[in-house]
Design a protein around this ligand. Structure first.
Ligand code: NDP
Length: 246
């Protein structure tokens, strides 16, 4: 049986654990070659072991996404070896510390903005020509309900996800009429991951959905036949929110 993403190439950031790990595994099971990015080599190696055992393939790229020049080099390397990129999953994220805005340390603020926003801008800048070179370049970025709720103490994270949404919606508008690239956002809702456990230490993780549950919806957004762009897929409600509609 033909696999859905056979012969396709996907970059997945934050692939060492949590949501990114599951998405990378799901895409590989459907035939995609995965370029897996994160800092934790052990997590990337576990992913590689699992994918290889299931007959898939990866290229591991241990990388700190705050190294923006390395992101530039990534685009050049992918161009040299493959000449195009079919899918980009901008999933890596940092929660930062929960604190009143006036007490946030500037270093913490900059770090969260660097990983959650600037790195995604640099990925788009580096990989946009490669997505355009594919038949149906697809990008999905992981946002959060925090982008809209702006709860007390969640300041850095909320600001970063709101900025990410503005970035992706802008990119989606720019690519819609000039290319076959489509770019969308996902709000996973609370998921059973290390980040959620850090944010909510008193919560029983077993009450939360496993991040594997997100894989199907994210793969749908990455399919060549998914022609929507600039939308936010809300996992808790399964709604596809249309920003243009307001
Ligand atoms: P995890 O903390 O489990 O995973 C985060 C991933 O991001 C890890 O693979 C981590 O890799 C990577 N990452 C973080 N900083 C860097 C960096 N500087 N360079 C490279 N990679 C980095 O989080 P989740 O899986 O929960 O989160 C995934 C996405 O989903 C995030 O964008 C998050 O904001 C979002 N989200 C999650 C929710 C949840 O309930 N879990 C809810 C709403 C949104 P490493 O540390 O190895 O570098």
């Amino acid at each position: 049986m033909t696999k859905r993403f056979e012969g396709k190439l996907a970059v997945v950031t934050g692939a060492s654990r949590g949501i990114g790990y599951q998405v990378a595994k799901g895409l590989a099971a459907e035939g995609a070659h995965i370029i897996a990015i994160a800092r934790t080599v052990g997590g990337l190696e576990d992913l590689d072991d699992e994918i290889q055992a299931a007959g898939g393939s990866t290229t591991l790229v241990p990388l700190d996404l705050m190294d923006f020049e390395a992101i530039d080099r990534l685009g050049a390397s992918i161009y040299e070896r493959w000449g195009k990129l079919d899918m980009l999953v901008g999933n890596a994220g940092l929660l930062g510390i929960l604190s009143p805005v006036g007490h946030i340390d500037p270093k913490d603020f900059e770090e969260v903005m660097a990983v959650n926003v600037t790195a995604n801008y640099r990925l788009i800048r580096s990989l946009d020509p490669l997505l355009r070179a594919a038949n149906a370049g697809r990008a999905a970025f992981i946002s959060s309900g925090a982008a809209h709720k702006c709860k007390p103490y969640w300041g850095i994270y909320s600001v970063s996800k709101a900025a990410l949404e503005a970035l992706v919606r802008t990119y989606a508008g720019e690519t819609e009429t000039t290319s076959n690239v489509r770019a969308n956002l996902v709000n996973p809702g609370p998921m059973r991951t290390a980040m959620r456990a850090k944010a909510m230490p008193g919560e029983d993780p077993e009450t939360l959905p496993h991040p594997g549950e997100l894989v199907g919806p994210i793969m749908d957004l990455l399919s060549a036949d998914f022609d929507e762009t600039g939308k936010l897929y809300d996992f808790p409600t399964h709604a596809l929110k249309d920003f243009a509609a307001g």
